[in-house]
Design a binder for this molecule. Structure first.
Ligand SMILES: [Zn+2]
Length: 68
């Protein structure tokens, strides 16, 4: 799929901290504190359909402290 890489895009400029490929495969989550895209999930039990609490990098400690 050469089209994806044929030209530098805004996306390339924005990936200062490159997200992992796993993040892109998962459905997107939002930080419970600020609403930004979240990469850290707590209490997630996919086998039981429990989505848990999600946070961005900055708020992962805050979200971790939240009692369910
Ligand atoms: Zn946040």
């Amino acid at each position: 799929m050469p089209d994806l890489f044929s030209k530098p895009s805004q996306r390339d400029l924005d990936t200062h901290s490159e997200p992992s490929r796993i993040d892109r495969d998962l459905k997107s989550h939002s930080c419970a504190i600020c609403g930004k895209p979240a990469s850290f999930g707590f209490g997630v039990k996919l086998m039981h359909g429990i989505d848990g609490r999600w946070s961005c990098f900055e708020h992962r400690d805050d979200v971790k402290r939240i009692k369910p």
